[in-house]
Write a protein that binds this ligand. Structure first.
Ligand SMILES: NC(=O)c1ccc[n+]([C@@H]2O[C@H](COP(=O)([O-])OP(=O)(O)OC[C@H]3O[C@@H](n4cnc5c(N)ncnc54)[C@H](OP(=O)(O)O)[C@@H]3O)[C@@H](O)[C@H]2O)c1
Length: 277
């Protein structure tokens, strides 16, 4: 239920060091992507830890540029090399762009060959997800989407439950941005609830998500925060807490407008599609 996020950590050495710490304090679920440049550091950390590959759940994601039937298999094999592994646990389409159906056919073959234990998508809206489920033999096991107390997506959640697709939350902390109490981690309501339970705001947010059966991927490079973010199994939110958190929903992404055509151009651009080294 709690994995470690690896977006924007830094160099391979920095990723390796962060993931070694995460493994040391008990994380056994790691989220990466071809886009993050963190696969190599994760592979190195796992090797250095001596922990068996089978004991760790690793997710990676296909870069939009490679999201087509021809390029997806090679891109996947390159990920395996960087991860020093012969399989991944979960392979995702990173965005709903490019030839997602063609890529999915190639990903389905990789799944049948046992090279990825499960398949899923990211950032699919409810309508696109339903179409994808209806028109593919293998349905996505999960949809990884932005979800936080400030962006609660109950309509999407409902459709996903109906189709048996699990929700994974990214940027549960709104990427840690704060200022004028406009972020997740400086929200006054969450601060009050945190004080009541003698927990941090981060722990309240993660607890609120897992209580809804939502998988979480908090990103941090700091060992004490890694421990904090997995120490969420010894308390529960009550109905009053949940009612207050429900009121925090602003109903829109903290990062982008999904209708913005410029964003689709950007996701297809050279700038976004940095080749992992
Ligand atoms: N599928 C997708 O399209 C997609 C998109 C975005 C993200 N993701 C995945 O989701 C993961 C998480 O999302 P995210 O990285 O955007 O942001 P996030 O987890 O919401 O927030 C990370 C920020 O919160 C800070 N933080 C972490 N734990 C904290 C704590 N206990 N107290 C105070 N601050 C804390 C971190 O700072 P420090 O590092 O300094 O501690 C960092 O600045 C990513 O790393 C990535 O794996 C997926």
């Amino acid at each position: 239920m709690v994995g470690i996020g690896t977006f924007n950590i830094g160099s391979t050495k920095e990723v390796q060091s962060a993931i070694e710490s995460a493994l040391e304090v008990g994380y056994r679920h790691i989220d990466t992507a071809q886009r993050y440049g963190s696969e190599e550091g994760i592979g190195a950390a796992l090797k250095a830890s001596g922990i068996k590959r089978e004991e760790v759940f690793i997710t990676t994601k296909l870069l939009p540029r490679f999201a087509n039937e021809k390029d997806a298999p090679k891109a996947f094999e390159d990920s395996l090399k960087r991860l020093q592994s012969d399989f991944v646990d979960l392979f995702l389409l990173h965005w709903d762009v490019n030839d997602t159906y063609g890529a999915w056919r190639a990903m389905s073959r990789l799944h049948k060959e046992g090279k990825t234990r499960a398949l899923g998508v990211c950032n699919f809206s409810a309508d696109r997800l339903v179409d994808f489920c209806l028109n593919n033999e293998i349905k996505p096991a999960i949809n990884q989407v932005e979800f936080s107390p400030l962006y609660q997506r109950s309509d999407l959640q409902k459709v996903m439950q109906e189709y048996g697709v699990k929700l994974v939350s990214w940027s549960s902390f709104g990427r840690g941005r704060t200022g004028l109490a406009g972020g997740v981690l400086d929200n006054p309501t969450l601060a009050k609830i945190a004080k009541k339970h003698n927990k941090s705001i981060a722990q309240i947010v993660l607890r609120w998500l897992i209580e809804q059966d939502i998988i979480v991927l908090p990103k941090t490079t700091k060992k004490e925060r890694m421990v904090e973010n997995i120490s969420i199994f010894d308390f529960a939110l009550d109905s009053d807490d949940k009612a207050q958190i429900a009121k925090l929903n602003k109903g829109k992404s903290l990062f982008f407008d999904p209708q913005d055509a410029k964003r689709i151009e950007w996701l297809n651009s050279d700038e976004y599609n940095i080749m992992p080294s």
